[in-house]
Design a protein around this ligand. Sequence first.
Ligand code: GLU
Length: 494
Amino acid sequence: MTEIRTRIAPSPTGDPHVGTAYIALFNRCFAHRHGGKFVLRIEDTDQVRSAEHSEEDILGALKWLGLDWDEGPDLAGDYGPYRQSERSAIYSDHIKILLAKGHAFHCFCSIDRLHQVRREQIENKQQPGYDGHCLQLSQDEIQSKLKSGDKHVIRMKIPRSGECAFNDLLRGEVRIAWEQIDMQVLIKSDGLPTYHFANVVDDHLMAISHVIRGEEWINSVPKHVLLYQYFEWEAPIFCHMPLLRNPDKSKLSKRKNPTSINYYLAMGYLPQAVTNYLGMMGWTMPSGEEKFSIDEMTSSIDLERISLGGPIFDIEKLDWLNGKYIREDLSDDEFVQRFSQWAFSSEKIAAIIPLLKQRVERFSDVANLAQFFISAEVQISVENFDHKSLSAEEMIRILQFSLWRLEGLNEWSRDGIEKCFQDLANKLGLKIRDFLFPLFVAITGNAISISVIESTAILGIDITRSRLRQAIAILGGVSKKAAKNLEKEFKALG
Ligand code: GLU
């Protein structure tokens, strides 16, 4: 029997997402159940969106959760490199094979032409997609365009009729009409591969036997299956996991639920409770036991028992489970140790102490002043927002705009945050003192406190986001219509 090899293939383009941990967990358990290997591959071919710190964050977050890997960019392995940006030569060699076999073609169409075609297709109620224009070019035309350095991409050929049928471990046979599949770009004009191309080449070369990933990729399978056929490779077994959902059944999103693993770390959850909870998404232990470790899940995992009903990621349930772990699994000594590691890590203390020193007269002043650093929420109500000139509406605007700006920061730093607040205050025509007032209340719980800029920097984006949201809700919240208007205003600010 071939070795079972699974992988998690995150793109380092943002915060480490709980969805990544959920998929990693099932991949890891399944591979290890069968004595196989769990691989971590970094899919960083999108040079514009990939960020180095995001890769570090993802690796750190998965390790924190106990979801470590057998092969990956930080470990030796026979199938490396495990970072796609280091595999360019492999993709160049492989695209040549498809071009030589006539399965891929050069496309020189301009963006304007592609937009025009798309507009017409939408007007005529046709499926939007590439119209095959460059398939008609002769070899001579192609060669002369390439010689003169014309900008181009490389696309794959797609049958124009019939259906693609493939098997999904959880769904059985899935059929998708080829008409719905676009002639996918495989190599972009910058010479780098797209997700689809690099993903298939790497899954094959890394001998991945089972592709276990989120449901959102199921419509891409026809392209992938076709690439395997074009290369004359055997396709792996596909298993598309149900997407995690908010309690209102919509797709899990950070607008409604904290989705970054860093949030759960910052809020003081135990990693084993978070992984246990993720294991309950779509899966139940044969014994019906709700509390189980990664090892216990590994010894009984059976992908076919995964239920397709959209699993609900419900923080209240996670809180309940986390409490159970704290009570049942931590001795008093362990509690002290884990708690102090979390609350008083040397990094956190080093950042907070200089701020406290400037303000306290006695050690007994510390707790009051610093409690917002180690609390989930701040204890505030609408009265805390009483202000001589700012209305609730204006304060909501300040809080919401600040949140959007902070979310867009490339690098989380004190100076970056200060610039962002200062710039917004200028654009809104507000004195910085007034502008910062609702932020002080939202973030520190008090209108007079430790610098809100320093505090925001220490708390990090995840806790900041949840505090700003809490404050907006206390001030009356934002209706859908108001949110649209705010978004427009925000965009107009530039
Ligand atoms: N890089 C893709 C992602 O970020 C991987 C999807 C897959 O597992 O094929 O989700």
